[in-house]
Design a protein around this ligand. Structure first.
Ligand code: ARG
Length: 560
């Protein structure tokens, strides 16, 4: 806060604004001020001892209207803001819900490819990260004024559909599949893999069926459509619970007729090489294995579809950035893809980004849908909601719309667990962790939000213009105020780093600070100007926590 103003004021005595800006620090301890400027780095250029520089600069800072005092300690210049001036700045946050809005994204379109589930597989916890990280980035960019296109690049193409047709015909029927859920479909898939291990001829049959899908054969398409419908209905239910939406469901099959122009460009540029009958782009010069685009039998691949998708997105949305929220397992795929696009002189080549994240494993090893070693997300959500319902039943049995609140709290806890750490961190799934509602968790933030809502209900209307700011500028209150005012910067950082956890951590920190304030200060007191100030602070906290939770896709019940 105020870094810019201070840098401008201190661009004197041979220092530039940039010198000062990059040197400013937030002191480790609050008693050392709000900002400090270590003057050691300037000593050589200015040919003066650091303490002398600090003393020389002090009056310039002191003259600023929002500064209460500037102290020199050794080579440091410590700056203390006027707490009332700072406190007055939160007033808008208490009136409007437009916390941290900005227009930095105006006129820029960001495409975000996330979740991108594979059809015919139920949603497991391995899909949680891409879905909620992508969803959070989607909302964060929107909040900053970007035009955002959420894309679910469905995995709706590939030999697994042939396998499922074989399994359905052997052990079930189209009707039975259509009447059942995604778990039934999955059991056929698991059974297929078990039996095909001993009878490899099943794979030939599966390939033949997939070929029929590719050729548009009516019977094969009926199966394919049924699989897709069952999966999509199930996935939509999950998205609804997670507050996830998309603007486009153009998946892999969408690009069936859009790959040829890309292959033509590659051929024209002499980039496509023949290798054992297959067509590849060699990437030796970039220390990567070749990118395989057409198999010897003429089949296209995942990468071929991604090439076509990149062109389609550029043409359709004219994106400023195109983000792919996909596990780091696919690092090589995206490095190859982006390199091939560069070689093709693709217009958006420098604006493609792989937003990688860590893997989820089970405590006793990795997950695999093929052999049924998975944790379904629905189960996790249901368990968390059940736990929330039990706690509400004990602590607040008369709560209205109990079920709705339990859903918000339970699902919130699960979503939060995937947004707490830096993306790249691997996660070992543990029910204990996900079902922990204490400490740094969504329920803790939700609880604080509800606490604010309750105080505001009790306190009634308040007038920020008639507030005694001194009633909120105690050490505890001042910490809350600073956290409120830096929330906007956290949202911008989250977008810039593509790290929703910056927002997650900020709201947990804010909730903690507010709770410390709340313990020491009654909100609804008789004195009107004190009450006005504390209600204003409470409202600003409520709106900021609510905005943060909403950006993460987590509901904020008014009561819990
Ligand atoms: N369906 C893929 C998978 O589950 C992820 C797709 C990511 N998006 C993309 N354009 N490649 O691994």
């Amino acid at each position: 806060m105020f870094e810019k103003e201070i840098s401008v004021a201190l661009a004197v005595e041979g220092l530039s604004e940039q010198d000062v800006y990059s040197a400013l620090e937030v002191p480790k301890e609050a008693k050392l001020g709000d900002l400090c400027l270590p003057c050691f780095k300037f000593s050589r250029a200015l040919r003066q001892a650091p303490p002398a520089i600090a003393s020389k600069l002090a009056p310039y800072v002191q003259a600023l209207p929002f500064v209460s005092r500037a102290e020199t300690v050794g080579g440091y210049l410590n700056v203390f803001f006027d707490r009332n001036t700072v406190a007055a700045m939160i007033s808008p946050l208490s009136k409007e819900e437009c916390v941290a809005r900005s227009s930095e994204g105006e006129g820029k379109t960001v495409c975000i490819d996330y979740s991108s589930v594979n059809i015919a597989k139920p949603f497991h916890i391995g899909h949680l990260s891409t879905t909620v990280i992508g969803g959070a980035l989607y909302r964060i960019f929107k909040h900053l004024g970007y035009n955002v296109v959420g894309i679910n690049h469905l995995g709706d193409w590939g030999t697994q559909f042939g396998k499922l047709i074989v399994a359905t015909r052997k052990w079930s029927s189209l009707e039975e599949v259509a009447a059942n859920d995604e778990y039934f479909l999955n059991s056929l898939y698991v059974r297929y893999h078990k039996e095909a291990a001993e009878r490899p001829e099943m794979d030939d049959e599966a390939r033949a069926w997939f070929k029929r899908i590719e050729d548009g054969d009516a019977e094969a398409t009926r199966y394919f459509d049924a699989f897709k419908k069952v999966t999509m209905e199930a996935v939509e239910k999950i998205y609804k619970r997670l507050n996830i939406t998309f603007d486009s469901y153009a998946g892999e099959s969408f690009y069936n007729d859009k790959m040829q122009p890309c292959l033509d460009i590659l051929r024209e540029k002499g980039l496509l090489k023949e290798s054992d009958g297959a067509q590849v782009v060699e990437l030796d010069d970039y220390d990567m294995p070749p990118c395989l685009l057409v198999k010897a039998d003429g089949a296209t691949l995942y990468a071929t579809r991604d090439l076509a998708a990149a062109y389609y997105r550029k043409q359709t949305y004219d994106f400023y950035k195109c983000l792919y929220v996909v596990a780091y397992q696919q690092n090589l795929h995206f490095k190859q893809l982006f390199q091939v696009l560069k070689l093709m002189d693709f217009a958006g080549a420098d604006d493609m980004e792989h937003i990688a994240f860590g893997m989820v494993s089970m405590e006793d090893g990795s997950m695999s849908t093929r052999n049924g070693r998975v944790i379904w997300l629905k189960e996790v959500l249901d368990k968390a909601v059940e736990k929330a319902a039990t706690i509400i039943g004990e602590k607040n049995p008369d709560l209205q719309n109990k079920e709705q609140v339990a859903e918000s709290v339970g699902v919130g806890a699960v979503v939060f667990s995937a947004l707490w750490n830096n993306r790249i961190k691997d996660i070992v799934f543990s029910y204990d962790k996900v079902l922990n509602f204490d400490g740094e968790t969504a329920p803790y933030v939700q609880y604080t939000y509800a606490r604010c809502a309750s105080a505001l209900r009790k306190g009634g209307a308040f007038d920020p213009d008639k507030a005694d700011l001194g009633a909120i500028t105690t050490d505890e209150g001042y910490e809350v105020i600073k956290s409120l005012l830096s929330f906007g910067e956290s949202v911008r950082q989250a977008a810039k780093l593509r790290e929703p956890c910056v927002v997650t951590r900020h709201i947990v920190d804010l909730a903690g600070k507010f709770n410390r304030f709340y313990i020491g200060h009654r909100i609804v007191v008789d004195d009107e100007s004190t009450r006005n100030a504390r209600l204003m602070l409470t409202a600003a906290v409520k709106h900021t926590l609510g905005t943060g939770l909403a950006l993460l896709g987590i509901d904020a019940p008014e009561e819990m």
